[in-house]
Write a protein of this length. Structure first.
Length: 492
């Protein structure tokens, strides 16, 4: 994966800075609580939600198990429908392909549909280096772009901004990107939306090249699907003469019928709606209707490596609904920027370290950006067991071990700074495998419990700074069991 936000401090340090920002915490708390409450009501309307969730999980698992076959089928159907398919092994190759395709049109501007994949590979920056200006047309992405900021949420990239901040960004920055903000612009949501509409309208009407991602790709028909709420996606997908879609290889589904399941799961889990206001589908090109040229760039960028991990591959089920972010107590307080990736929150904590590896400080810290409360798993519409993957990645960070990187099997070295944890876990494993040692240790702890410190020394000091040490019982459970025969009265 590309070096998006790499060089940032580890998550604990970045989160500590975010915690000191009261405005950020207030914005996040209000937004996440509002979205999660609406989602809960929308999901409660569906009597077979559990069955839909299981169906989505099984479809995704089946697809991942046969990904090669379905990707080849997709290439055939897209090509037969008049599209052109390109394969990109990594971010650099994807950026090169897209840049060359735009240059071939002779254009120097493109309009974009909101796309996590293009953010992942830093496509905007690559296009700018080639003299091509990319305009984000999603309202939240527009706010981020004008503010020279970074997205902090999968669904609502500008969730960390309030109305006053957005008004100030529009007033000071819109003019340098096109039509300026209206005079006297207030922070009223309707006025802000109208300012964005007027600013973007001229770009839609002028643009000859559109760039998108896709929520789903149907192998059976070669159809791509984008769901969105504002209509900007529909404009980008239909008005330009050339459409280029950059899509992760995991977004494929086998059949049109499979799509039905996800079009029920996604809107309720993301925007808490029964269906998306705009669901755009296109299959290749059609004379007199939509773009004359369609290019599909299938992006790997670490996904095949992730697929090789039997536990970690479930992260590739993700349909980018962001439900896990809205219930996560860590994300609510730290915000998305602390994750150092375009994929923040619980899903980012398991996806980024697999796509990018755990060699960097930020990626080695992400598996620890969780309390393992399990709320993310409970709301995931495709049942990704995020806590299970987090524990798996923590083991990889501490112990190292076999993994697949760039298609090759490698032996990862343990990350720096985890020697104490590694020694503690090995000592615990040694003791737990020897009942006699464990029994002696329990009895010793009980008899010396009066000397229990209030805080731990050394690396343990950070843990006890916010937690009380558990009380040591006066008698080990094993001794109590033997003495009471499991709680039974001796006279019976």
């Amino acid at each position: 994966m590309n070096a998006t936000s790499l060089g940032m401090p580890a998550f604990p340090e970045a989160a500590r800075e975010a915690l000191n920002n009261r405005t950020l915490r207030g914005n996040l708390r209000h937004a996440t609580h509002t979205i999660r409450a609406k989602r809960a009501r929308a999901v409660a309307e569906v009597s077979d939600w559990a069955e839909l969730r299981e169906a989505g999980k099984r479809i995704k698992d089946h697809t991942l198990a046969h990904l090669d076959r379905y990707l080849e089928q997709l290439e055939e159907t897209v090509t037969a429908a008049g599209g052109t398919v390109h394969w990109a092994a990594d971010a650099a190759e994807a950026n090169r392909i897209v840049t060359e395709l735009v240059r071939a049109t002779g254009e120097s501007e493109v309009v974009k549909v909101k796309s996590m994949a293009t953010q992942e590979i830093e496509l905007n920056e690559a296009l700018e280096a080639a003299g091509i200006r990319a305009y984000e047309t999603d309202l939240a992405e527009l706010i981020v772009q004008l503010g020279e900021d970074r997205p902090s949420h999968i669904l609502v990239p500008a969730i960390h901004r309030n109305r006053g901040e957005i008004r100030d960004i529009f007033r000071t920055r819109m003019a340098s990107w096109g039509r300026p903000a209206p005079e006297g612009l207030s922070d009223d949501p309707a006025e802000l939306a109208e300012a964005a509409r007027l600013h973007l309208r001229e770009k839609f009407l002028r643009a000859e090249v559109g760039i998108s991602g896709a929520n789903f790709m149907v192998a059976e028909t070669g159809t791509l699907v984008v769901v969105e709420s504002e209509g900007n996606g529909r404009m980008c997908l239909t008005l330009p003469e050339t459409l280029i879609s950059v899509v992760g290889i995991e977004k494929v589904v086998p059949t049109w019928r499979d799509l039905e399941v996800f079009l029920q799961l996604l809107p309720r889990s993301s925007t808490a709606e029964r269906m998306n206001p705009y669901t755009s589908m296109w299959t290749g090109t059609t004379d007199g209707d939509g773009p004359r040229a369609f290019h599909l760039v299938l992006l790997d960028n670490g996904r095949t490596d992730t697929l090789a991990d039997e536990v970690g591959r479930q992260a590739l089920r993700c349909i980018r609904c962001s439900a896990c972010l809205n219930v996560c107590p860590v994300y609510e307080r730290a915000g998305g920027h602390a994750y150092g990736s375009v994929y923040p929150g619980p899903i980012g904590a398991i996806l980024s370290p697999q796509l990018r590896g755990t060699a960097s400080e930020i990626d080695a810290s992400l598996p620890y950006a969780s309390s393992l409360c399990g709320a993310c798993y409970e709301v995931c519409p495709v049942a990704i067991d995020i806590p299970e993957v987090l524990v798996r990645l923590r083991e990889r960070v501490v112990e190292g071990g076999p993994a697949v990187r760039n298609g090759n099997r490698v032996l990862l070295r343990p990350a720096k700074g985890h020697a104490a944890e590694r020694a503690a876990m090995r000592a615990a494993g040694w003791a737990l495998a020897r009942p006699g040692v464990l029994r002696t240790g329990q009895r010793l702890a009980s008899r010396t419990r009066g000397f229990r410190p209030r805080t731990l020394p050394g690396p343990g000091r950070a843990w006890t700074a916010t937690r009380d040490l558990p009380a040591v019982p006066a008698e080990p459970f094993r001794d109590w069991w033997l003495r009471t025969r499991g709680g039974k009265d001796d006279t019976r």
